[in-house]
Design a protein around this ligand. Structure first.
Ligand code: GLS
Length: 805
């Protein structure tokens, strides 16, 4: 868009008056933020309206991306960048004596996601808008988002994240487009004109109220929509009878029970527990979403028979898989379709991404629960199951009861959502090559055998606009100086940087930018935690959810081992290193929470030990979120991607670090494999067991952690230090971690990979000393990172799954 500085200044000053009732002199930072955000939204509005109008006219396929999580991060700066007016605003504000970055910092980040899955949904939304694909995100407007993490005495404590305490400057509430969602009750079946009729009675109604957030395409005048739904009572705000009797809690009971549906995001990553509220959230999302889509499709005048030709509904993991029976319900009960046609339309409309093979994360719902809360939906799932089992019986598995019950959607009083998602959709994809292969050959092998055409791979990607252009502006500008700005539109042309990987002048610039970003990070640490870190040390970062399979403990063991070596010989030549951790643990995940305590206890011991002469520092930065990630990625020298091979479906942090020039130390897991294939073995440090070996160990149970413990004295020492008073905690504090590794035979193979990890880390120590070589590796990583832009991934989804390009 076009706005000049004078016009902007005038608009801003007026907005401050109209929106906040203040002049610049009296306005505080919050006033300035809301005025600027609101003005930016005004600028966006024109393009938003035009885009919607164009989409209606164009007759193009509309993509609805259903996700329980969207981690969109702060929006002010990124929206200004996408509109192409960031510099003008910055200048205008400067003339008024204001600083854009200071104003932008006050924005509250919507914490509507746990980790990779939620951030992926946000990167995909960004890419769809930028590629001009009519894509809508559909999610829940959790009032409190994910919890806020504070570290107290080394432990994680959780607090409600009050991101909506003040208003959300970006959203538009659309109460007139609210939809009724029905829970509970019973279904009456009648017969009329030879057709069964299903009437849902005695249900409880909840209103789904949409809030729309603009998703601004990068400098292309396109603005897509992220629709977040909030639960409200249908009509009665409170009960007068109880209110008048002074029974206030009772009077508002219904209201709070209803609104609770959109209060909190379940704080589990790759881990489900089958709670009623979560089930209600999932149905609330899909029912309101699918109802609105059908309504708006009908307004276009086309026949619902053609629905799937104009609409794709993508489900982000199985969480929104109830979209399948819900669409069938609407088509049959409300639109009068017969089963066969409703089934065909639904299957062709829906596609599904699987994001994990962790058994505990594969959603299963208790039959009685679904029957009680979603009686009609249950009937439809039952019907799908019966027809599917019959199909198996009649085609491939005649008489094979075991096979059929293994593949059934309903078995052992449980509904298996992954099975429902596969049977009821036309496409299922994994998120990295290895992950997809494991789905095909192992986890979902039986389904691959009967539906090979449904399975495909779509390796994850990240938005290079947020993860380079926005978060590392100095690096972005040097890149443009050398290869021109074309990489912003076609990120694969970052490859042109390879030409400069040996250019000393270019490399020095890259070095200086990294130092600048490290200093910035070190200053934040000093200010917030009063800890001095050495910006000339190696910044070695592991930032992600805390989970046993991600193996933060392996990282800790290596640090303890280095520390032990230094205690033995304080003059040992170790390149100074700062180990930085960040990430949240699910509140009910004991070992993960103990891992945080372990990192902090180790930090306490090491950071205060003058004997090791500041060669090692260990930090845990609290409350990891998108905003913190934007500071961390540009400051990293080393990226830790050390999951147990086969367990990390893809990873996306690995791509963000690489794009900012960090060198990855990694197992050959998830997308690490594809990163390694791109950059070549000289530009990534690989260690650990290969997928085949891990699968072999799991299959034949050939692994004994006690043997490894006894054989490797370094490991034995470190392990013993967990429980012998070496750390500043009570001796049994880390008994849980210790036992999981020895008594429970180390499910995630930490001990098995320790030796090779130490070797790999020694390699890093050596390589970093060779500045020229290190920078060459760093440039190579940046150059190949364009291959992992989510624009490319979304193009593949659009062409190969949605048929939308
Ligand atoms: C996850 C996987 O664990 C990640 O490896 C993956 O990158 C991400 C996006 O596909 O999905 N699955 C999950 O449940 N949470 C994730 O972050």
């Amino acid at each position: 868009m076009r706005v000049n500085k004078d016009q902007f200044i005038e608009d801003f000053v007026n907005k401050l008056v109209s929106k906040r009732g203040k002049k610049i002199k009296e306005a505080n930072l919050l006033d300035k933020y809301y005025a600027l955000a609101s003005l930016t939204r005004d600028y966006i509005a024109e393009y938003w309206v035009n885009t919607n109008e164009r989409y209606l006219k164009d007759n193009k396929k509309q993509i609805y991306y259903f996700s329980m999580e969207f981690l969109i991060g702060k929006l002010l700066i990124s929206n200004l960048m996408s509109l192409g007016i960031k510099e003008v605003c910055e200048d205008g504000l400067k003339d008024l004596g204001l600083d854009l970055n200071e104003i932008a910092e006050i924005e509250k980040e919507p914490g509507l996601g746990n980790g990779g899955l939620g951030r992926l949904a946000a990167c995909f939304s960004d890419s769809m808008a930028t590629l001009g694909i009519p894509g809508y995100g559909v999610g829940i407007r959790y009032k409190y988002g994910l919890f806020q993490q504070k570290i107290m005495e080394g432990y994680q404590e959780e607090f409600p994240d009050q991101w909506l305490k003040y208003e959300n400057a970006w959203e538009i509430k659309r109460p007139s487009e609210s939809v009724e969602v029905k829970f509970g009750g019973n279904v009456i079946i009648t017969q009329k004109d030879n057709r069964l009729k299903f009437v849902h009675e005695n249900y409880e109604s909840i209103l789904a109220v949409p809030y729309d957030i603009p998703i601004v395409g990068y400098k292309n005048n396109i603005v897509n929509t992220l629709r977040l739904l909030s639960a409200e009572v249908m009509d009665k705000e409170f009960d007068y009878y109880h209110f008048n009797k002074g029974e206030y809690t009772k009077a508002f009971e219904d209201k709070y029970n209803t609104e609770a549906i959109s209060y909190v995001l379940y704080p589990d990553d790759s881990y489900e527990k089958g709670k009623i509220l979560r089930l209600k959230q999932e149905y609330f999302l899909v029912s309101s979403g699918v109802q609105s889509i059908v309504e708006s499709f009908k307004k276009s005048g086309k026949h619902l028979k053609e629905f799937y030709k104009y609409v794709s509904i993508h489900i982000n993991d199985t969480h929104p898989a109830l979209a399948i029976p819900e669409l069938i319900r609407i088509l049959i009960d409300e639109e009068g379709f017969g089963w066969d046609e409703a089934w065909k339309i639904t299957k062709h409309t829906i596609s599904y991404t699987n994001h994990t093979i962790m058994a505990e994360a594969l959603e299963k719902w208790n039959v009685d629960m679904i029957k009680k809360f979603l009686p009609r939906i249950f009937m439809i799932i039952e019907e799908i199951n019966e027809r599917f089992c019959k199909e198996l019986w009649n085609t491939k598995y005649n008489g094979d009861f075991d096979k059929i019950s293994e593949m059934a959607i309903i078995a052992d009083n449980q509904i298996k959502m992954a099975h429902l998602a596969i049977v009821g959709s036309h496409s299922i994809n994994g998120v990295a090559k290895l992950h997809t292969e494991i789905l095909k050959r192992k986890e979902l092998k039986e389904f691959y055998n009967i539906y090979p055409e449904k399975f495909n791979n779509k390796t994850n990607g990240i938005s290079h606009r947020r993860w380079l252009l926005k978060c590392n502006p100095k690096l972005a500008s040097v890149i443009s100086e050398y290869i021109g700005p074309s990489w912003i539109d076609s990120p694969e042309s970052l490859m042109n940087l390879l030409e400069f990987k040996k250019d000393p002048c270019f490399k020095e610039k890259i070095y200086k930018i990294k130092q600048y970003n490290k200093n910035k990070f070190a200053n934040m640490v000093k200010e917030k935690y009063s800890i001095e870190i050495n910006p000339n040390s190696i910044f070695d970062i592991q930032a992600k959810r805390i989970h046993e399979y991600k193996r933060q403990v392996l990282n800790v063991f290596h640090i303890m081992h280095l520390y032990n070596k230094l205690l033995e010989n304080p003059n040992l030549d170790i390149y100074p290193r700062t180990f930085i951790f960040a990430g949240k643990a699910a509140p009910g995940y004991y070992i993960a929470k103990e891992t945080i305590k372990l990192i902090n206890s180790l930090g306490k011991k090491i950071n205060n030990d003058y004997r090791i002469k500041d060669k090692l520092k260990v930090l845990f930065i609290e409350d990891y979120n998108i905003t913190l990630a934007e500071l961390l990625m540009p400051a990293a020298d080393v990226s830790e991607q050390i999951s147990t091979t086969t367990k990390e479906a893809s990873g996306t942090g690995n791509m963000k670090f690489m794009m900012n020039g960090a060198i990855t130390i990694a197992t050959l897991d998830g997308a690490n494999i594809e990163i390694a294939n791109e950059v070549g073995e000289d530009n990534i440090i690989i260690f650990g067991l290969k997928a085949k070996e891990v699968l072999e160990i799991y299959k034949n149970n050939t692994h004994n952690s006690i043997d490894i413990y006894n054989e490797d004295i370094r490991l034995k020492t470190v392990m013993d230090e967990l429980i012998n008073g070496f750390l500043p905690v009570s001796m049994d504090e880390f008994k849980g971690i210790y036992d999981s590794l020895l008594k429970d035979n180390d499910k995630y193979l930490v001990l098995k990979d320790f030796c090779d990890y130490v070797r790999a880390q020694e390699k890093i120590d050596k390589l970093y000393r060779n500045k020229s070589k290190w920078l060459e590796m760093s440039v190579t990583n940046i150059a190949y990172s364009g291959k992992f832009s989510s624009d490319k991934t979304i193009e593949e989804y659009a062409k190969e799954i949605w048929g939308a390009l």
